[in-house]
Design a protein around this ligand. Structure first.
Ligand code: GDP
Length: 440
């Protein structure tokens, strides 16, 4: 029990150990990890800009770039070259998640945004192009709202293709004015978004300003400087430990190693961790980052943790490791705020779906449509709606499918961002994204 002398001693030890680790962390120069998503209307220039950025930073060389361009043209999707580059490069500072802007690809953008902390929204400044993307059903607005709903905390709006608008400051100011009003009305705080003028094609203001066209009226940061100035993802080092197992390796003789990203807290050798929903406690025998044994690892790190004291056959991916003193909760029912895209049919009470979150897929049922919300203000528009259509924001109740008869580990989005957001799919198509607001 927790009051036995041995456990007291253990607690004392781990408290001291924790202090030691905190000291080490504050003195270390660990690179912060930034999850960045690039969003915007199809053809706004996302691929061009990001390709330049990576190329100019030497992350990919010209040969590789050409190879990808050719391959992606071969399959008829030129903007894919960017995604492919990203797949292969081992950029440490930034994790770029491709977010193609075409309507059909909105779901991809969602799974990207669901993992991101910061975003770049690209808008097209060419005559009429901005207006088109900004119309009622234009993707610029939809993407911005989505970014907001999924908790992108910092957004840089890139006003692209200024070469097609004669590098005009008044065109830039006009777009900045309209977007600012919209972003504020959508719930972005003043300090959470900023703007910069750019031309992806001319390579202007990405890493440097080569000519005077922009210098005449702009002296703010380049895109690269902007990205560097994003606050790194908040590392929840002081919160109770959480890690959702994404992979596991069973050694031939005993021993089990699990892998995943630490969402919160710190882990080091000899720590005791609870495995949920198994409800078994294990002991950490080794912690590794990129295959190298380390003294400790913290929130934000992708780690391999070798554990003992548990039957390796019982553990599976999707299980969560947490602090036994402050464990993660398990449930089969919760309330969520969801955003629908283009569901194959209107959503009614009883709609079944597959829920994707962390590394889990679960069969669920939407058991109650509680309220329809105003997209921009978040106010209740209608209680107990009978049906949810396209592009709706709503509060719903979700239950694990009865046939599954089990509980899953979830957290409130407000407390553990990554463990509190999910997407819903039917027949392989994502039709909604959501955040958990109440565990029932
Ligand atoms: P994405 O769909 O948002 O990834 O857009 P792309 O990067 O594929 O660009 C769409 C088209 O716009 C391509 O033909 C680009 O060459 C062009 N483009 C991108 N950026 C600029 C720019 O700054 N100026 C001009 N004139 N064209 C651009």
């Amino acid at each position: 029990t927790t009051s036995s002398p041995a456990s007291k001693q253990h607690k004392q030890m781990s408290a001291n150990r924790r202090k030691e680790i905190e000291k080490m962390i504050s003195g270390s120069s660990k690179k912060e990890h930034l999850n960045l998503v690039v969003i915007g209307h199809v053809d706004a220039g996302k691929s061009t800009i990001m390709g330049h950025l990576l190329y100019l930073n030497g992350v990919v060389n010209q040969k590789t770039m050409h190879k990808y361009e050719k391959e992606s043209k071969n399959i008829g999707k030129s903007s894919f070259s960017f995604a492919w580059v990203l797949d292969e490069s081992e950029e440490e500072r930034i994790t770029l998640l491709d977010a193609p802007g075409h309507r059909d690809f909105v779901p991809n953008m969602i799974s990207g945004a669901a993992q991101a902390d910061v975003g770049i929204l690209v808008v097209d400044a060419a005559p009429d192009a901005f207006e088109k993307g900004f119309e009622a059903d234009g993707q610029t607005k939809e993407h911005a709202l989505l970014a907001r709903s999924l908790g992108i905390s910092q957004l840089a709006v890139v006003v692209n293709k200024l070469d097609m608008a004669e590098w005009s400051q008044s065109r830039y100011d006009d777009i900045v004015g309209k977007m600012s009003l919209f972003l504020k009305a959508s719930g972005f705080r003043d300090k959470s978004f900023s703007f910069l003028p750019l031309s992806g094609l001319a390579g202007e203001n990405i890493v440097q300003r080569k000519s005077d066209v922009l210098n005449a009226w702009y002296n703010g940061p380049t895109l690269m400087e902007k990205i560097d100035s994003f606050d790194p993802a908040v590392r929840d080092i002081n919160k109770p430990f959480r890690l959702c197992i994404s992979d596991l390796y069973r050694a031939q003789v005993g021993g089990l190693t699990v892998a995943g990203r630490i969402e919160a807290g710190v882990v080091s050798k000899d720590d005791k961790l609870l495995i949920s929903p198994l409800n078994e406690v294990c002991t950490v025998s080794r912690v590794r980052i990129h295959g190298e044994a380390v003294e400790y690892a913290t929130a934000g790190d992708y780690v391999d943790i070798s554990i003992s004291g548990v039957d390796a056959q019982l553990v599976s991916s999707g299980n969560v490791l947490s602090d036994p003193e402050k464990p993660i909760g398990t449930t089969n029912r919760f309330k969520a705020q969801i955003l629908t895209f283009v569901p194959q049919r209107p959503i009614l009470n009883g709609q079944m779906a597959e829920m994707h979150y962390s590394s889990l897929n679960e069969a669920i049922v939407i058991t109650k449509l509680i309220a329809l919300l105003d997209k921009t203000t978040g106010e209740v528009k209608k209680k107990n709606p009978r049906v949810l259509g396209d592009h709706a924001t709503a509060v719903v109740e979700i239950q694990l499918s009865k046939s599954v008869q089990k509980k899953i580990c979830v957290e409130l989005y407000s407390e553990y961002k990554q463990l509190g957001r999910f997407t819903l799919r039917e027949n392989g198509k994502t039709f909604a994204a959501g955040i958990i607001t109440e565990i029932l």
